[in-house]
Design a protein around this ligand. Structure first.
Ligand code: SF4
Length: 346
């Protein structure tokens, strides 16, 4: 039976990009950017999606919005699989799904005024006419909502700071009243002093408008405050997914533990005392992923079966999912105590 509390369900999503080479331009391989990802998002929640650069998290976001057509898998939004919908129905549903991009400098057209940028989704979707008083009123309302003075709607992106530009990007995403927003590293390009302001704004808007977010970031400290649950991604696959507090207090996957050990503690005494779990080397290429567990080439705990058998992504405790051979069904883990870093400092 369908769960009405879920706004989005991703089932075994894959996105492979062909590698073309040689004089004849033949396909010589595949980049497995997203390789069998499954998760769901509840209405009104924020799911954080974290992982190193190139792990496939942004491609996952784009495949959900069908900006990249998935190679296979299901993207079920409000009970309907987007990959099977005819174009007209897809257009109607897509209005409810928007994206906030990473780079507020590159994502806003420098030749367009703020009025045109924010009003563009309304015009493209035929909801309001260009130059109409309703359009101007809606743009003014959106700018006020994100904390910008509507007086400046005739100005151009270069006349604003990075934080203000990201607010313009948020106003644009909100203009057609979406229920679900993918925030693709929305604060990574901003000064640290501005990042908290944008995160607070997104949280306020969520409370005010009942929005649901998929919040993509490359480090855990960025998603920690805004997310209700967090999914950790590595080489195109989800390694661990659970409630934010559970993830920080009881991280079971060695990769999650390494990410948590890199999150700085505000208390300098604790910071000095803690042990770091530093991974060796770089992630393998998604064009040539390792057999078995994709993390085995960097995992300090790898055992024989890790080299040949891929661990199943499964629920180990209620609402705590993991893909690791060392985690047993009872919810405890065979992962040695000494590697658990967050819990010992909590
Ligand atoms: Fe490490 Fe093996 Fe677990 Fe993969 S399955 S994370 S290699 S212990």
């Amino acid at each position: 039976m369908a769960d009405n509390n879920l706004i989005l369900e991703i089932r075994d999503l894959r996105k492979y990009f062909p590698i073309v080479g040689g004089l004849l331009g033949r396909q010589v391989g595949l980049v497995r950017a997203v390789d069998g990802v499954s998760f769901s998002i509840r209405r009104g929640e924020t799911l954080g999606l974290v992982g190193e650069s190139g792990c496939g998290k942004s491609t996952t976001g784009r495949a959900i919005l069908l900006l990249h057509q998935p190679t296979s898998g299901e993207v079920v939004f409000e009970g309907q699989d987007l990959t099977l919908l005819p174009t007209e129905e897809l257009r109607k549903l897509r209005v409810k799904m928007q994206m906030i991009f990473q780079d507020p400098y590159a994502s806003l057209n420098p030749r367009h005024s703020v009025q045109k940028i924010v009003g563009e989704p309304l015009m493209i979707n035929g909801l309001m006419k260009p130059g109409s008083p309703e359009l101007r009123a809606r743009v003014a309302e959106m700018l006020q909502l994100v904390g910008l003075d509507p007086f400046y709607m005739r100005r151009f992106p270069h006349e604003f700071s990075g934080g203000q530009r990201q607010r313009i990007g948020i106003a644009r995403a909100l203009s057609i009243n979406p229920s679900f927003i993918i925030c693709d590293e929305p604060i990574s390009a901003l000064d640290v002093s501005i990042q908290a302001q944008v995160v607070n704004l997104l949280q306020d808007l969520q409370d005010q408008l009942g929005l649901t977010y998929l919040f993509i970031a490359h480090d855990l400290s960025m998603v920690k405050h805004i997310s209700h649950r967090i999914a950790v991604m590595y080489l195109g696959k989800i390694m661990e997914l659970t409630d934010r507090n559970e993830l920080f207090n009881n991280p079971l996957h060695p990769y999650t533990q390494s990410l948590i050990s890199a999150v700085p503690f505000p208390d300098p005494k604790l910071e000095r005392k803690r042990r770091r779990f530093i991974l060796k080397g770089d992630p393998p290429s998604p064009a040539n992923p390792p057999r078995g567990c994709v993390f085995h080439t960097r995992c300090p705990l790898a055992v024989e079966e890790c080299y040949t058998i891929e661990p199943e992504f499964h629920e180990i405790q209620p609402d705590h999912y993991i893909a690791c051979h060392l985690a047993d069904e009872k919810g405890s883990s065979k992962i040695p105590e000494k590697t658990v870093l967050a819990a010992e400092l909590a």
